[in-house]
Write a protein that binds this ligand. Structure first.
Ligand SMILES: NC(=O)c1ccc[n+]([C@@H]2O[C@H](COP(=O)([O-])OP(=O)(O)OC[C@H]3O[C@@H](n4cnc5c(N)ncnc54)[C@H](O)[C@@H]3O)[C@@H](O)[C@H]2O)c1
Length: 339
Protein backbone atom coordinates (compact mmCIF):
# COMPACT_ATOMS: atom_id res chain seq x y z
CA UNK A 1 0.00 0.00 0.00
CA UNK A 2 2.92 2.32 -0.75
CA UNK A 3 0.84 5.13 -2.23
CA UNK A 4 -2.21 4.81 -0.02
CA UNK A 5 -3.27 6.34 3.25
CA UNK A 6 -3.39 3.98 6.22
CA UNK A 7 -6.91 3.86 7.71
CA UNK A 8 -6.71 3.73 11.48
CA UNK A 9 -8.95 3.03 14.47
CA UNK A 10 -7.84 4.16 17.92
CA UNK A 11 -9.21 1.97 20.72
CA UNK A 12 -9.26 3.58 24.15
CA UNK A 13 -9.61 7.33 24.03
CA UNK A 14 -8.07 8.17 27.39
CA UNK A 15 -4.81 10.09 27.93
CA UNK A 16 -2.76 7.96 25.52
CA UNK A 17 -5.49 7.27 22.97
CA UNK A 18 -6.28 10.99 22.69
CA UNK A 19 -2.59 11.72 22.14
CA UNK A 20 -2.32 9.06 19.43
CA UNK A 21 -5.45 10.52 17.79
CA UNK A 22 -3.89 14.01 17.87
CA UNK A 23 -0.70 12.75 16.25
CA UNK A 24 -2.57 10.95 13.47
CA UNK A 25 -5.05 13.77 12.90
CA UNK A 26 -2.69 16.75 13.12
CA UNK A 27 0.92 15.73 12.69
CA UNK A 28 1.46 12.70 10.49
CA UNK A 29 0.95 12.31 6.74
CA UNK A 30 -0.48 9.29 4.90
CA UNK A 31 -3.05 8.58 7.61
CA UNK A 32 -6.83 8.57 7.65
CA UNK A 33 -8.06 8.44 11.23
CA UNK A 34 -11.44 6.83 10.66
CA UNK A 35 -12.59 5.53 14.06
CA UNK A 36 -12.41 6.38 17.74
CA UNK A 37 -13.57 3.63 20.08
CA UNK A 38 -13.95 3.85 23.83
CA UNK A 39 -16.04 1.94 26.36
CA UNK A 40 -17.41 5.39 27.21
CA UNK A 41 -19.38 6.65 24.20
CA UNK A 42 -19.21 10.17 25.57
CA UNK A 43 -15.42 10.03 25.74
CA UNK A 44 -15.12 8.52 22.24
CA UNK A 45 -17.48 11.13 20.81
CA UNK A 46 -15.64 14.01 22.42
CA UNK A 47 -12.23 12.92 21.02
CA UNK A 48 -13.79 12.14 17.60
CA UNK A 49 -15.32 15.63 17.48
CA UNK A 50 -12.05 17.23 18.55
CA UNK A 51 -10.16 15.61 15.64
CA UNK A 52 -12.93 15.45 13.02
CA UNK A 53 -13.24 11.65 13.05
CA UNK A 54 -16.36 10.17 11.43
CA UNK A 55 -16.93 6.87 13.29
CA UNK A 56 -17.53 6.48 16.99
CA UNK A 57 -17.66 2.98 18.48
CA UNK A 58 -17.95 1.45 21.93
CA UNK A 59 -17.22 -2.19 21.08
CA UNK A 60 -13.42 -2.64 20.82
CA UNK A 61 -13.59 -5.99 19.01
CA UNK A 62 -15.87 -4.48 16.37
CA UNK A 63 -13.44 -1.57 15.99
CA UNK A 64 -10.38 -3.86 15.80
CA UNK A 65 -11.91 -6.05 13.09
CA UNK A 66 -13.95 -3.55 11.08
CA UNK A 67 -13.70 -3.69 7.26
CA UNK A 68 -12.99 0.01 6.85
CA UNK A 69 -9.61 0.04 8.60
CA UNK A 70 -6.10 -1.24 7.89
CA UNK A 71 -4.56 -0.75 11.30
CA UNK A 72 -5.44 -0.31 14.94
CA UNK A 73 -3.91 1.47 17.91
CA UNK A 74 -4.72 -0.26 21.19
CA UNK A 75 -4.67 2.25 24.04
CA UNK A 76 -7.32 0.71 26.29
CA UNK A 77 -6.32 -0.70 29.73
CA UNK A 78 -3.52 -3.27 30.01
CA UNK A 79 -5.76 -6.32 30.46
CA UNK A 80 -7.44 -5.74 27.07
CA UNK A 81 -4.23 -5.53 25.01
CA UNK A 82 -3.50 -9.14 24.10
CA UNK A 83 -7.05 -10.20 23.25
CA UNK A 84 -7.63 -7.10 21.09
CA UNK A 85 -4.25 -7.62 19.38
CA UNK A 86 -5.27 -11.20 18.58
CA UNK A 87 -8.69 -10.11 17.26
CA UNK A 88 -7.07 -7.45 15.05
CA UNK A 89 -4.41 -9.85 13.73
CA UNK A 90 -7.05 -12.45 12.86
CA UNK A 91 -8.87 -9.75 10.88
CA UNK A 92 -5.67 -8.98 8.92
CA UNK A 93 -4.90 -5.65 10.63
CA UNK A 94 -1.62 -4.07 11.66
CA UNK A 95 -1.37 -3.28 15.37
CA UNK A 96 0.36 -0.61 17.42
CA UNK A 97 -0.27 -1.85 20.94
CA UNK A 98 0.44 0.28 23.97
CA UNK A 99 2.69 -1.33 26.53
CA UNK A 100 2.48 -3.87 28.07
CA UNK A 101 1.53 -6.37 25.37
CA UNK A 102 0.12 -8.34 28.29
CA UNK A 103 0.79 -8.85 31.95
CA UNK A 104 0.83 -12.58 31.17
CA UNK A 105 3.78 -13.99 29.23
CA UNK A 106 1.52 -16.87 28.17
CA UNK A 107 -0.74 -14.40 26.34
CA UNK A 108 2.34 -12.87 24.67
CA UNK A 109 3.25 -16.36 23.43
CA UNK A 110 -0.26 -16.67 21.92
CA UNK A 111 0.28 -13.38 20.06
CA UNK A 112 3.68 -14.56 18.78
CA UNK A 113 2.25 -17.91 17.66
CA UNK A 114 -0.52 -16.17 15.73
CA UNK A 115 1.91 -13.73 14.07
CA UNK A 116 4.11 -16.64 13.00
CA UNK A 117 1.09 -18.50 11.63
CA UNK A 118 0.15 -15.41 9.63
CA UNK A 119 3.78 -15.23 8.51
CA UNK A 120 4.20 -11.46 8.85
CA UNK A 121 5.28 -9.17 11.69
CA UNK A 122 2.17 -7.07 12.23
CA UNK A 123 2.55 -6.04 15.88
CA UNK A 124 4.56 -3.02 17.00
CA UNK A 125 4.69 -2.39 20.72
CA UNK A 126 4.54 1.06 22.31
CA UNK A 127 7.99 0.99 23.92
CA UNK A 128 8.48 4.43 22.39
CA UNK A 129 11.70 5.19 24.25
CA UNK A 130 13.50 3.28 21.49
CA UNK A 131 12.64 6.29 19.31
CA UNK A 132 13.53 8.97 21.88
CA UNK A 133 16.57 10.97 20.73
CA UNK A 134 18.32 10.65 24.11
CA UNK A 135 18.02 6.84 24.16
CA UNK A 136 19.02 6.62 20.49
CA UNK A 137 22.11 8.72 21.13
CA UNK A 138 23.21 6.85 24.25
CA UNK A 139 22.78 3.52 22.48
CA UNK A 140 24.75 4.70 19.45
CA UNK A 141 27.60 5.98 21.68
CA UNK A 142 27.68 2.70 23.58
CA UNK A 143 27.91 0.73 20.37
CA UNK A 144 30.75 2.96 19.22
CA UNK A 145 32.63 2.18 22.43
CA UNK A 146 32.53 5.76 23.81
CA UNK A 147 32.60 4.55 27.43
CA UNK A 148 34.10 1.11 26.90
CA UNK A 149 32.23 -1.94 28.09
CA UNK A 150 28.95 -1.05 29.84
CA UNK A 151 28.88 -2.66 33.29
CA UNK A 152 26.01 -0.97 35.16
CA UNK A 153 22.81 0.91 34.36
CA UNK A 154 20.91 3.07 36.85
CA UNK A 155 17.30 3.85 35.91
CA UNK A 156 14.63 5.77 37.65
CA UNK A 157 11.04 6.40 36.82
CA UNK A 158 9.02 8.89 38.86
CA UNK A 159 5.44 10.08 38.53
CA UNK A 160 3.72 12.89 40.41
CA UNK A 161 0.98 10.68 41.87
CA UNK A 162 -0.29 7.23 41.04
CA UNK A 163 -3.84 6.90 39.68
CA UNK A 164 -6.44 5.84 42.24
CA UNK A 165 -6.61 2.28 40.86
CA UNK A 166 -2.84 1.76 41.12
CA UNK A 167 -1.68 -1.05 43.42
CA UNK A 168 1.85 -2.12 44.38
CA UNK A 169 2.40 -4.76 41.72
CA UNK A 170 1.54 -2.28 38.96
CA UNK A 171 4.82 -0.44 39.58
CA UNK A 172 6.37 -3.65 38.25
CA UNK A 173 3.78 -4.75 35.69
CA UNK A 174 2.66 -1.36 34.30
CA UNK A 175 5.45 1.24 34.87
CA UNK A 176 8.65 -0.81 34.96
CA UNK A 177 8.23 -2.58 31.57
CA UNK A 178 9.49 0.65 29.95
CA UNK A 179 12.66 0.33 32.05
CA UNK A 180 13.00 -3.40 31.37
CA UNK A 181 12.77 -2.76 27.64
CA UNK A 182 15.12 0.23 27.79
CA UNK A 183 17.72 -1.86 29.63
CA UNK A 184 17.51 -4.67 27.05
CA UNK A 185 17.62 -2.14 24.21
CA UNK A 186 20.45 0.05 25.50
CA UNK A 187 22.67 -2.80 26.66
CA UNK A 188 21.82 -5.30 23.91
CA UNK A 189 21.67 -7.91 26.65
CA UNK A 190 18.95 -10.12 28.17
CA UNK A 191 17.79 -9.87 31.78
CA UNK A 192 18.26 -13.19 33.58
CA UNK A 193 17.39 -12.47 37.25
CA UNK A 194 15.52 -9.92 39.35
CA UNK A 195 15.32 -8.95 43.02
CA UNK A 196 12.76 -6.43 44.30
CA UNK A 197 12.94 -4.32 47.45
CA UNK A 198 10.70 -1.72 49.09
CA UNK A 199 11.91 1.00 51.44
CA UNK A 200 10.52 0.16 54.88
CA UNK A 201 10.49 3.83 55.89
CA UNK A 202 8.25 4.96 53.02
CA UNK A 203 4.89 6.30 54.19
CA UNK A 204 3.55 8.01 51.06
CA UNK A 205 1.67 6.06 48.42
CA UNK A 206 0.05 3.27 50.43
CA UNK A 207 -0.26 0.33 48.07
CA UNK A 208 1.73 2.22 45.44
CA UNK A 209 4.87 2.94 47.43
CA UNK A 210 8.27 2.86 45.68
CA UNK A 211 9.88 -0.33 44.45
CA UNK A 212 13.61 -0.79 43.90
CA UNK A 213 14.71 -3.57 41.59
CA UNK A 214 18.09 -5.08 40.87
CA UNK A 215 18.38 -6.93 37.58
CA UNK A 216 21.23 -9.14 36.35
CA UNK A 217 21.94 -9.56 32.67
CA UNK A 218 23.14 -12.59 30.74
CA UNK A 219 26.55 -10.96 30.24
CA UNK A 220 26.86 -10.22 33.98
CA UNK A 221 25.85 -6.53 34.06
CA UNK A 222 23.84 -5.00 36.90
CA UNK A 223 20.82 -2.74 36.40
CA UNK A 224 18.94 -0.98 39.18
CA UNK A 225 15.47 0.41 38.60
CA UNK A 226 13.62 2.71 40.98
CA UNK A 227 9.93 3.09 40.24
CA UNK A 228 8.33 5.76 42.39
CA UNK A 229 4.77 6.45 41.27
CA UNK A 230 4.13 9.00 44.03
CA UNK A 231 7.27 11.13 43.81
CA UNK A 232 5.19 14.30 44.16
CA UNK A 233 7.35 16.79 42.29
CA UNK A 234 7.02 15.90 38.59
CA UNK A 235 7.35 13.29 35.85
CA UNK A 236 11.02 12.39 35.85
CA UNK A 237 12.76 9.60 33.96
CA UNK A 238 16.53 9.34 34.18
CA UNK A 239 19.26 6.86 33.46
CA UNK A 240 23.01 6.59 33.61
CA UNK A 241 25.06 3.89 31.93
CA UNK A 242 28.39 3.25 33.59
CA UNK A 243 31.12 1.83 31.41
CA UNK A 244 34.74 0.89 32.03
CA UNK A 245 35.98 4.15 30.45
CA UNK A 246 33.28 6.62 31.45
CA UNK A 247 29.55 7.10 31.92
CA UNK A 248 26.62 8.50 29.97
CA UNK A 249 23.47 10.16 31.30
CA UNK A 250 20.22 10.44 29.40
CA UNK A 251 19.06 14.05 29.19
CA UNK A 252 15.43 15.15 29.03
CA UNK A 253 14.63 18.08 26.74
CA UNK A 254 14.79 21.37 28.64
CA UNK A 255 12.95 24.29 27.05
CA UNK A 256 13.30 26.91 29.75
CA UNK A 257 14.98 27.74 33.03
CA UNK A 258 13.31 29.83 35.70
CA UNK A 259 15.33 32.40 37.65
CA UNK A 260 13.61 34.04 40.59
CA UNK A 261 14.00 34.59 44.35
CA UNK A 262 17.75 33.91 44.22
CA UNK A 263 17.17 30.48 42.66
CA UNK A 264 17.41 28.87 39.23
CA UNK A 265 15.01 26.06 38.34
CA UNK A 266 14.10 23.73 35.50
CA UNK A 267 10.43 22.83 35.22
CA UNK A 268 9.12 19.25 35.32
CA UNK A 269 6.09 18.14 33.28
CA UNK A 270 3.19 16.64 35.19
CA UNK A 271 3.07 13.55 32.96
CA UNK A 272 4.98 11.64 30.29
CA UNK A 273 3.61 13.35 27.19
CA UNK A 274 5.90 16.41 27.06
CA UNK A 275 8.99 14.39 28.03
CA UNK A 276 8.45 11.82 25.28
CA UNK A 277 6.57 13.93 22.70
CA UNK A 278 9.19 13.42 20.01
CA UNK A 279 9.47 9.71 20.79
CA UNK A 280 5.72 9.19 20.36
CA UNK A 281 5.73 11.15 17.10
CA UNK A 282 8.70 9.24 15.66
CA UNK A 283 7.28 5.91 16.86
CA UNK A 284 3.92 6.51 15.18
CA UNK A 285 5.56 7.81 12.01
CA UNK A 286 7.77 4.70 11.83
CA UNK A 287 4.70 2.50 12.29
CA UNK A 288 2.84 4.19 9.42
CA UNK A 289 5.94 4.07 7.20
CA UNK A 290 6.39 0.36 7.96
CA UNK A 291 2.79 -0.46 7.06
CA UNK A 292 3.13 1.42 3.78
CA UNK A 293 6.51 -0.12 2.91
CA UNK A 294 5.87 -3.63 4.24
CA UNK A 295 9.14 -3.45 6.24
CA UNK A 296 8.95 -3.62 10.08
CA UNK A 297 10.86 -0.67 11.63
CA UNK A 298 14.43 -1.74 12.34
CA UNK A 299 14.51 -1.02 16.06
CA UNK A 300 10.87 -0.85 17.12
CA UNK A 301 9.75 -3.23 19.86
CA UNK A 302 7.88 -6.29 18.63
CA UNK A 303 5.87 -9.08 20.24
CA UNK A 304 9.07 -10.86 21.34
CA UNK A 305 10.14 -7.72 23.21
CA UNK A 306 6.67 -7.60 24.77
CA UNK A 307 7.07 -11.21 25.87
CA UNK A 308 10.50 -10.53 27.45
CA UNK A 309 9.16 -7.52 29.37
CA UNK A 310 6.18 -9.56 30.58
CA UNK A 311 8.43 -12.41 31.79
CA UNK A 312 10.67 -9.97 33.70
CA UNK A 313 7.58 -8.36 35.28
CA UNK A 314 6.14 -11.77 36.25
CA UNK A 315 9.42 -12.76 37.88
CA UNK A 316 9.52 -9.30 39.53
CA UNK A 317 6.12 -9.82 41.15
CA UNK A 318 7.24 -13.23 42.43
CA UNK A 319 10.47 -11.67 43.76
CA UNK A 320 8.49 -8.89 45.49
CA UNK A 321 6.35 -11.46 47.28
CA UNK A 322 9.14 -13.94 48.08
CA UNK A 323 11.87 -11.44 48.97
CA UNK A 324 14.38 -13.55 47.05
CA UNK A 325 16.15 -13.24 43.71
CA UNK A 326 14.05 -14.76 40.96
CA UNK A 327 15.53 -16.28 37.77
CA UNK A 328 14.01 -15.22 34.45
CA UNK A 329 13.67 -18.13 32.09
CA UNK A 330 12.62 -17.33 28.52
CA UNK A 331 11.39 -19.63 25.78
CA UNK A 332 13.79 -19.95 22.85
CA UNK A 333 13.54 -16.87 20.65
CA UNK A 334 11.67 -17.78 17.47
CA UNK A 335 13.85 -17.16 14.38
CA UNK A 336 10.87 -15.17 13.04
CA UNK A 337 11.84 -12.31 15.40
CA UNK A 338 15.46 -12.12 14.24
CA UNK A 339 18.68 -12.93 16.07
N1 LIG B 1 3.70 4.41 26.13
C1 LIG B 1 3.54 5.13 27.20
O1 LIG B 1 4.40 5.93 27.56
C2 LIG B 1 2.28 5.02 28.02
C3 LIG B 1 1.97 6.02 28.94
C4 LIG B 1 0.79 5.88 29.65
C5 LIG B 1 -0.04 4.80 29.46
N2 LIG B 1 0.32 3.83 28.58
C6 LIG B 1 -0.55 2.66 28.36
O2 LIG B 1 -1.66 3.09 27.59
C7 LIG B 1 -2.85 2.43 28.01
C8 LIG B 1 -3.91 3.47 28.34
O3 LIG B 1 -3.42 4.30 29.36
P1 LIG B 1 -4.08 5.74 29.64
O4 LIG B 1 -3.15 6.42 30.58
O5 LIG B 1 -4.47 6.38 28.37
O6 LIG B 1 -5.40 5.29 30.44
P2 LIG B 1 -6.79 6.07 30.54
O7 LIG B 1 -7.46 5.49 31.73
O8 LIG B 1 -6.58 7.54 30.48
O9 LIG B 1 -7.57 5.64 29.22
C9 LIG B 1 -8.08 4.36 29.00
C10 LIG B 1 -9.36 4.52 28.18
O10 LIG B 1 -9.79 3.22 27.78
C11 LIG B 1 -11.21 3.16 27.91
N3 LIG B 1 -11.57 1.75 28.04
C12 LIG B 1 -11.62 0.97 29.15
N4 LIG B 1 -11.93 -0.29 28.82
C13 LIG B 1 -12.09 -0.30 27.47
C14 LIG B 1 -12.43 -1.31 26.54
N5 LIG B 1 -12.63 -2.58 26.93
N6 LIG B 1 -12.53 -0.97 25.24
C15 LIG B 1 -12.33 0.31 24.83
N7 LIG B 1 -12.01 1.30 25.68
C16 LIG B 1 -11.87 1.00 26.97
C17 LIG B 1 -11.52 4.02 29.12
O11 LIG B 1 -12.87 4.45 29.08
C18 LIG B 1 -10.51 5.16 28.97
O12 LIG B 1 -11.04 6.24 28.23
C19 LIG B 1 -2.45 1.56 29.22
O13 LIG B 1 -2.33 0.23 28.81
C20 LIG B 1 -1.10 2.10 29.66
O14 LIG B 1 -0.24 1.11 30.16
C21 LIG B 1 1.44 3.93 27.84
Amino acid sequence: MVNMNVRIAVIGAGVMGADHARLFADELPHVELTTICDASEERARSIAEQFGVANVMTDPVEAATSDGIDAVVIASPDETHASLTIAALRAGKHVLCEKPLSQSSQECIQVMELEQKIGARRVQLGFMRRFDPSYVEVRAQLREGAIGKAVMLHCFHRNVTAPANFVGQMAITNSAPHEFDAARYLLDDEIVAISVFRPDVATVGGQAMPVFMVLKTAAGRLVNVEVNNNAGYGYDVRAEVVGELGSMFLRAPVHSELHAHQRAAELYPTDWRPRFAEAYRLQNKAWIDSIRSGQPPAFAANAWDGYCAARIAEAGVTALNSGTQEPIVLIDKPAFYGS
